[in-house]
Ligand binder design. Structure first.
Ligand SMILES: NC(=O)c1ccc[n+]([C@@H]2O[C@H](COP(=O)([O-])OP(=O)(O)OC[C@H]3O[C@@H](n4cnc5c(N)ncnc54)[C@H](OP(=O)(O)O)[C@@H]3O)[C@@H](O)[C@H]2O)c1
Length: 246
């Protein structure tokens, strides 16, 4: 699929991986609808950089865990841009708590944002994507959804659930022209790991066969490859420098 001239929704487009995806899609000529939650100035700066690349870019405040807000936001995006062709479900949170100290609200919040958020955005964007085949959805899972990871049970459960959503949507909608895939990154150098001590960071880096975190741009590159490809659907692609292979 040629990305030029298409419209993409990127959840969590204000920072980290979502920021890199928004900018790479804009670089390739896509118009971008950047969904953020709390960091408006970061979203505005991504929008400004995207506009400088010659595309249309708008920002939308929306909590992806809120069914009604997502419905209204997707409708507004379609009304602003005319149509949508690409959805990148990237918004996510990580609350670090040892399992035996995990609070009920940590479980609820993590599942609500990371898993229900993907459901909500797909639920309301698929009707519009069906009008524009081939359309593309890429969901951001994690190595934690595959091997459990090191960062917490609710997070791993939410990311494993995304793999299920990806497969279920692909089996229902690929024949109707929506290709649905996911990526499962190992640790990436973003704010998600803010607060790690030097020692904790070194320990995580040492788990990686190449000894480092991924850059957000490296994950964005894979996401854009999946969007451009018109034959892959239903896959969750590992991107972890060979740390976990299946
Ligand atoms: N970093 C890693 O090591 C890593 C590894 C594997 C997978 N991932 C996954 O990659 C995705 C992006 O993570 P990141 O590392 O780029 O994190 P990040 O830098 O912390 O960015 C998270 C993004 O998600 C948005 N967001 C959070 N809660 C939201 C909500 N309720 N509604 C809408 N947007 C919300 C944030 O928006 P605001 O800034 O406006 O609040 C922000 O743009 C996540 O799904 C994460 O689980 C990350």
């Amino acid at each position: 699929m040629d990305i030029k001239g298409k419209t993409a929704i990127i959840t969590g487009g204000s920072r980290g991986i979502g920021r890199a995806v928004s900018l790479l899609l804009a670089e390739k000529g896509a118009n971008v609808a950047i969904i953020y939650n709390s960091h408006k100035s970061d979203a505005e700066s991504v929008k400004k950089m995207a506009v400088e690349k010659g595309v249309e870019a708008r920002i939308y405040r929306c909590d992806v865990s809120n069914f009604e807000q997502v419905e209204n936001t997707i409708n507004k995006i379609v009304s602003d841009f005319g149509s949508i062709h690409i959805v990148v479900n990237n918004a996510g949170i990580l609350i670090k708590e040892p399992f035996l100290e995990t609070k009920e609200e940590t479980w609820d919040k993590t599942i609500d944002v990371n898993l229900k958020g993907v459901f909500n955005v797909c639920r309301f964007s698929v009707p519009f994507l069906l009008k524009n085949p081939p359309a593309k959805i890429v969901n951001v899972s994690s190595i934690a959804g595959r091997n459990g990871g090191t960062v917490g049970v609710p997070y791993a459960a939410s990311k494993a659930g995304i793999i299920g959503i990806t497969a279920a949507l692909a089996s229902q909608f690929t024949s109707k022209g929506i290709y649905v895939n996911a990526v499962a990154p190992g640790p990436v150098d973003t704010d998600l790991f803010m607060g790690l001590s030097n020692e904790q960071r070194k320990a995580l880096e040492s788990l990686s066969p190449n000894g480092r975190f991924a850059k957000p741009e490296e994950i964005a590159h894979l996401i854009v490859c999946l969007i451009e490809n018109d034959y892959i659907s239903g896959e969750t692609v590992n991107i972890n420098a060979g740390r976990y292979i299946n």
